[in-house]
Design a protein around this ligand. Structure first.
Ligand SMILES: CCc1ccc([C@H](C)CC(=O)N[C@@H]2O[C@H](CO)[C@@H](O)[C@H](O)[C@H]2O)cc1
Length: 822
């Protein structure tokens, strides 16, 4: 156990067994003589929870004692996945628990699989927030995560007849051992109603919000353990509950049941995660969720601050808040409301404080994803906030005119309030930009793009606000835990496991990249991980995979800009080519197992057609004896964090093939590179920096550059389409995989002047890159060398480096190495 000097709980095997059996009997109330694997999981989880709580209490007490500047990460999504293995690893008790459980007759592998993923997120943005929590804890930062405790997380994807079906993810069926309900940490959250203004005797105007509806936000705390440190920070998730007050009127008119039901309605606010990461849809419930999360969070942060401070003078020195995209932007008018209406600070003072505490991260340049809430809706749901937003905008426009000499249309184009034919809209990104002291993109190319495109006018007047913070991932979960054989080989080779907290040390592997023995060991580790992936696919499909084949993986949300369509077009072509080969020629074919996975937003029709197309090609190819095991295609259903933990280590090649300028960063690219999987990809997002770090020669780069895209788009209809591309399109159009009509909208989307994501433009160089892949695979030593150099060059892409930069350059918070308070 790391660091805790007077830990009450012992971690020898016997103590752990006693604690597990204790929880079987007294927490699960099951007979200690007969309990199944799931109960063993819950009992072991509760026993580990005890050890987390001990550290957590000490960490929180220590932070309170030192009263440092704290950082709060506000996010509508935290894609946590499973916790058991991560907690065992970070607390350094994996072994004793393994022995304890096997001593009781349970296999750790089976036990850990009994845990449901906490899938409180859609994809990249949500998973990044979770990786950040792990790094903030490991770096001993006085940090909190704040979000929503959805009862239904990301939907479960079932693929039937090749079509995606969404199933509700009620993940709390058997309870969740990693959370602690805090009934006493509860705040009223108000909606609707109207604002009245009252003159106070000293002539000041007091705004009073007479709400039409009130619910209670109750906290659920999730301890987040750091690696090799007692530091255990807090992820506080809010759940909506009916507020206690009862309007006796309804109560006594004998309409008891309906008033209860009515109250019950409150809970629906936090019942389900919006499974959409494509298009912003102005749904009222989504806006309610955003206000609910930020209001409870701001009230909690101000309460904690006021416990140790009389005035708000030190607030900016004690509080930093990061907005994870625009989704928590209502936190800005909410803090203004709390400071002005509840603490009677004037506008100027309140604004001064607000603009010193907030910073904002943008995660996408896609216009359809940028949030614009109708003024009419905000006014109805949050009348006081809309007033404050109007005031913020009015003063901002003043400043533009007076300090920046901006006038006319440009004023309108920069205004937070946008006039459209559908009525006035609030541009949340502009509100976040105006109120935040810092704005960052998530990869170098993306941060440059937002300065040159969507936020250009703001960059022109406030260049100092703009920074880049290239994403990262936690190597604890995404290497040390999900790939134990590679973990052992790296530790053995480097002679230390310090890389688990200092990933730059991986570069020490480069010296071994040419060494045959090491290459041998490296290849064996990959085969071990491939075998694990192959047995997962065997469970799913019954198929035995060709282990000499390239395991070619593309796993991420289904989206036209991520071009899963281009991937499957190239597979259709590869299939057609093999079909027309002689047996002799087939001997030269480099076998492939194509693995594609990802969920489509329920309302995203094109993405759903792409899933069906992949399934249809898979159906045809996998049942064609002419092809045999030279080519297999699989769409793995219900891609999520725990599936990724098996797929990433087991892949040889991974596809990061978005149209340049569309993928803000990507983070799976980093996970694959760390696990020695070679990237075929475009110069987009973080692929650009990965190429800088590991060497472009160790990747298969193709495609047009971001700066060429706008021009190519305007000339698309005049493009001389590559015959191979046309042939691949014809294969689908002519029904080679069936469902030709159903796929025709897909075909139309990439022909003529459409093809917004330039599949036709990039197809030829994509096929060339694929050819280079096959070529490289034939030279095992060279492939393995590239694989070693991928891992060796991945040091930069640790979320520890990313968080260190945020702490230094944006938040101004220091690590607070925990020590037991006197
Ligand atoms: C309003 C609907 C909605 C919800 C979520 C989003 C997210 C911003 C989408 C997202 O997850 N973006 C991804 O964020 C990752 C973490 O920074 C990046 O690595 C990915 O490139 C980016 O697509 C867009 C639109």
């Amino acid at each position: 156990l790391y660091g805790l000097l007077d830990s009450y709980l012992k971690n020898d095997v016997v103590s752990i067994q006693e604690s597990i059996v204790h929880h079987v009997e007294f927490t699960l109330a099951r007979s200690r003589y007969k309990f199944d694997t799931r109960e063993a999981y819950f009992a072991a989880a509760h026993s580990l929870r005890d050890r987390l709580i001990e550290r957590w209490n000490d960490t929180q007490a220590w932070i309170k004692h030192k009263d440092p500047k704290r950082v709060y990460y506000l996010s509508m999504e935290f894609l946590m996945g499973r916790t058991f293995l991560n907690a065992l690893h970070n607390l350094g008790v994996m072994q004793p628990y393994q022995h304890a459980l096997s001593g009781l007759g349970y296999d750790m592998e089976k036990v850990q699989q009994a845990e449901r993923d906490a899938a409180l997120g859609n994809g990249g943005l949500g998973r990044l927030a979770s990786c950040f929590l792990d790094s903030m804890a490991t770096l001993n930062l006085p940090a909190w995560g704040y979000g929503i405790r959805y009862e239904y997380g990301m939907f479960r994807q079932v693929v039937s007849e090749g079509f995606q079906k969404e199933q509700p993810d009620y993940w709390l069926t058997f309870g969740y051992p990693w959370e602690i309900q805090r009934p006493h940490v509860a705040y009223p959250v108000k909606f609707y109603g109207h604002v009245s203004v009252h003159e106070s005797q000293d002539g000041r105007q007091n705004f009073v919000w007479n709400a039409g509806e009130e619910v209670t936000a109750v906290a659920y705390d999730n301890p987040i353990p750091g690696f090799k440190t007692p530091s255990t920070i807090n992820l506080r998730l809010w759940a909506a509950k009916p507020c206690q007050e009862f309007d006796l009127e309804a109560f006594n008119t004998g309409d008891y049941v309906s008033s209860i039901i009515d109250k019950q309605k409150a809970e629906t606010i936090t019942s389900v995660l919006y499974p959409d990461d494509k298009t912003f849809e102005g749904k009222e419930l989504r806006l309610k969720q955003q206000h609910f999360m930020v209001s409870a969070t701001l009230q909690d942060i101000v309460r904690r601050y006021k416990e140790q401070h009389e005035t708000f003078d030190a607030f900016p020195e004690k509080v930093a808040m990061q907005l994870n995209d625009t989704h928590p932007t209502l936190g800005i008018p909410e803090l203004m409301r709390i400071l002005m209406d509840e603490n009677h600070l004037g506008w100027t003072r309140s604004w001064e404080i607000t603009t010193k505490v907030f910073s904002f991260t943008n995660h996408t340049v896609l216009p359809e994803a940028l949030e614009q809430w109708p003024v009419s809706l905000v006014e109805k749901l949050l009348p006081r906030h809309m007033q404050i937003i109007y005031d913020i905008n009015w003063r901002f426009v003043q400043e533009l005119e007076q300090n920046h000499g901006i006038s006319g249309d440009k004023l309108g184009s920069m205004s937070i309030i946008l006039d459209t034919e559908y009525g006035k809209m609030v541009r949340m990104a502009y509100l976040a930009l105006v109120a935040s002291h810092t704005v960052n993109g998530v990869a170098a190319i993306h941060s440059k793009l937002i300065k040159e495109t969507i936020f250009k006018e703001f960059h022109d007047i406030w260049p100092e606000k703009f920074q880049n913070k290239t994403n990262g991932v936690t190597q604890r979960r995404w290497l040390a835990q999900c790939n134990p054989p590679l973990n052992r080989l790296i530790t053995e080779t480097l002679g230390t496991e310090a890389w688990i907290t200092h990933l730059d040390l991986l570069k020490g592997l480069a010296a071994h990249a040419e060494d045959e023995t090491f290459q041998q060991k490296w290849a064996e580790v990959k085969v071990e991980a491939k075998a694990k992936l192959a047995s997962l696919l065997k469970d799913l499909t019954g198929d035995d995979l060709n282990m000499d084949a390239i395991f070619d993986v593309q796993v991420k949300r289904i989206h036209e800009y991520k071009r899963q369509f281009m991937n499957i077009l190239s597979v259709a072509l590869r299939y057609d080519r093999i079909k027309s080969m002689t047996e002799k020629e087939k001997e030269e074919v480099v076998p492939r197992v194509v693995i594609i996975g990802g969920k489509a937003a329920p309302g995203y029709d094109m993405a759903k057609r792409i899933i069906k197309l992949i399934s249809a090609v898979s159906e045809t190819v996998n049942n064609d004896p002419d092809v045999g095991d030279l080519l297999k295609v699989y769409f793995v259903p219900d891609y999520n964090v725990s599936l990724a933990e098996v797929i990433v280590p087991g892949s040889d090649l991974n596809q990061q093939i978005s149209t340049a300028g569309t993928e803000a960063s990507g983070t799976s690219n980093m996970k694959f590179a760390m696990n020695g999987s070679l990237i075929i990809g475009t110069m987009d997002g973080a692929n650009v920096e990965i190429a800088e770090e590991i060497g472009e020669e160790n990747m298969f780069i193709f495609g047009v550059g971001a700066q060429e895209v706008p021009a190519l788009r305007s000339q698309r209809e005049y493009l001389q389409v590559d015959p191979q591309f046309q042939h691949a399109v014809n294969l689908i159009q002519n029904g080679h995989f069936g469902w030709a009509d159903y796929f025709s909208p897909l075909i139309e989307s990439i022909t003529g002047s459409r093809d917004w994501y330039l599949l036709a433009n990039d197809f030829e160089s994509y096929l060339d890159a694929q050819e280079r892949v096959d070529q490289e695979w034939r030279d095992k030593a060279s492939w393995t060398r590239k694989s070693i150099l991928s891992t060796a060059g991945s040091g930069k892409f640790s979320s520890d480096r990313t968080i260190h930069e945020y702490a230094e350059d944006i938040w101004g918070v220091e690590p607070l190495p925990p020590t037991i308070p006197e």
